[in-house]
Design a protein around this ligand. Structure first.
Ligand code: 4NP
Length: 155
């Protein structure tokens, strides 16, 4: 059993999108019994909220359901619970690195390290126009494929 936690700032746009897309891919490969997926934010602004409606709609248009997700903040226990903690951008990665307890074995990385695209970060779409949500999905779909390939070698 491997556990993956996707992390962004608010846990209402990028990491819930990654959660929904990667969860769907895991299901498609019938790996729900082997891979657990969750998401969280480094900030607490939106704790308890559903994903941003723009993220939910963009995801729904591609067949992903984000309706059951609720925002939560990263907690210390996550560093012991999860095998992979994957950040959407460098700022969130840096915050996670500062939070990680010394004896935590979780692998902290940028999510897009698993994509073959040239981008390193998933840009924050929150204050931008609608296109940002499509860009998030494009990047997340690519990295999800790469992550699953990587994990299937290890499972
Ligand atoms: P996320 O996007 O980190 O992808 O969930 C954001 C959501 C909310 C805010 C910033 C980014 N905010 O400042 O409230």
């Amino acid at each position: 059993m491997k556990k993956v936690l996707f992390v962004c700032l608010g846990n209402i746009c990028r990491s819930p999108t990654a959660d929904g897309v990667f969860r769907a891919l895991v299901k498609e490969h019938k790996l729900e019994g082997s891979i657990i997926v969750d998401s969280a934010g480094t900030a607490a602004y939106h704790v308890g909220n559903s994903p941003d409606s723009r993220s939910s709609l963009a995801a729904k248009d591609r067949g992903y359901d984000l309706s059951t997700l609720k925002a939560r903040q990263v907690v210390e226990a996550d560093f012991y619970e999860f095998d992979y903690i994957l950040a959407m951008d460098n700022q969130n990665l840096s915050n996670l690195e500062q939070m990680q307890p010394e004896d935590s074995k979780a692998l902290l990385q940028l999510f897009l390290d698993f994509s073959e695209l040239p981008e390193c970060e998933v840009p924050d779409p929150y204050y931008g126009e609608g296109k940002g949500f499509e860009i998030v999905l494009d990047l997340v779909e690519s990295a999800s494929e790469g992550l699953l390939r990587h994990m299937m070698k290890a499972v």
